[in-house]
Ligand binder design. Structure first.
Ligand code: FAQ
Length: 334
């Protein structure tokens, strides 16, 4: 005899058994994390670990493809053939980074279409830094030096992220980011050492505008970072937002001296006791404004990505139609 009442008991039991099983799986997962093991796509993982990774990796992927826009803006105006070729290669690399990262996120059971829909609707975040405009050619060198420099500082620890597909993508990305940082620094060095006064002023102006937003790339202070504690516990993040920001500042001071530019912070001062540079207050209200959609270029950036998606619809349709035809041919042949 089957009744709803009789159905309920086994279901409850099954749920209890499942959660007991899950508890064992979770314990094993935590033990693997503690032992420094890497987690692969097919391994069991807690839902919150999976969601955290989808959030971070997809935001990272979005940052790479939105990050193509401020620099892409200068490809047609690069001052020499050499600089144009370098910039083209760099912007293309960023597109490639986006693709590795979307694929890494897809291994966690989300689709590219879902991730892009979240970007286009404004639901998903991307790095605050790409909502600032590139006003002069010196901005391009400064992005390489400071923005790619900050990206490397943040991303090298991610090559040891506990989720192996993300860690593997990051190894390749970091190698390319290192070239990006150097080409930017080299471009600024040429302008500072061999350029005119006007070029030197242009570099200083770009550094003044990009310095503080670059420091914001590392995310809010540790004490106000809701995701850090759990992400560090799981080995997704290996080094905290504040520690990475400090390491970046310490590295930049000497590089600025070699370049001959001033970093726009009157409080920047070596602290012997800490073995690091002290620095002035970061405008976190500005950061949250930009993250919240109200930066100088948020609307423009999102509109450009949505337009690219709409303009590319015929390419996606054609590729799908071709794939279907090939499949039908193969089935006929079989
Ligand atoms: N912009 O709790 P936390 C590049 C959000 S790639 C916007 O500390 P978490 C290459 C955060 O999502 C640059 N939002 O978060 C390139 C969270 O919001 P949610 C991108 C930010 O994840 C160069 C909330 O604030 N790099 O530059 C930002 O533990 C040149 C609370 O923050 C990556 O994505 C921000 N700056 O730590 C391309 C690296 N910071 O999601 C072209 C991977 C924080 O809870 C040209 N990601 N938020 O709603 C990470 O390492 C981490 O996700 C952090 C943030 C460190 C960015």
């Amino acid at each position: 005899m089957y009744t709803q009442a009789m159905d309920l008991a086994p279901k409850e039991e099954r749920k209890a058994v499942r959660s007991a099983e899950e508890a064992v799986l979770e314990e094993r997962f935590e033990a693997r994390i503690d032992a420094g093991d890497f987690i692969e796509a097919k391994d069991w993982m807690p839902e919150h670990y999976r969601k955290t990774l989808v959030r971070q990796i997809s935001q990272h992927a979005h940052s790479e493809i939105v990050g193509m826009l401020p620099e892409g803006n200068w490809i047609t105006r690069a001052p020499t053939l050499k600089r144009k070729a370098i910039l083209l290669a760099k912007v293309q690399d960023e597109g490639g980074h986006g693709l590795y990262l979307y694929v890494a996120a897809e291994t966690l059971g989300t689709t590219r279409d879902q991730m892009l829909a979240a970007l286009h609707s404004g639901k998903a975040k991307y790095s605050s830094i790409f909502n600032y405009p590139t006003l002069t050619w010196a901005d391009i060198g400064t992005i390489g030096w400071l923005v790619d420099g900050a990206a490397i500082m943040n991303q090298v620890p991610l090559t040891r992220c506990s989720y192996a597909p993300y860690a593997r993508a990051m190894v390749r990305i970091c190698r390319e980011e290192s070239f990006h940082q150097r080409q930017g620094y080299d471009s600024l060095l040429v302008m500072m050492k061999e350029g005119t006064d006007a070029q030197r002023e242009m570099v200083q102006d770009a550094v003044n505008r990009w310095w503080w937003p670059s420091l914001m790339m590392f995310g809010p202070p540790d004490a106000e970072s809701p995701n850090s504690a759990q992400s560090m516990r799981w080995g997704i993040k290996r080094i905290s937002n504040d520690t990475l920001r400090q390491k970046f500042i310490d590295a930049c001071v000497q590089q600025a001296q070699v370049l001959g530019v001033t970093l726009p912070d009157p409080d920047l001062k070596w602290n012997d006791a800490r073995g690091s540079y002290d620095f002035g207050p970061i405008d976190w209200a500005e950061f949250w404004r930009v993250v919240g959609g109200h930066g100088p270029c948020n609307r423009e950036r999102l509109a450009a990505r949505v337009k690219a998606w709409d303009d590319g619809a015929w390419v996606r349709d054609a590729a799908l139609a071709h794939a279907r035809k090939q499949e039908a041919k193969q089935q006929e042949a079989a």
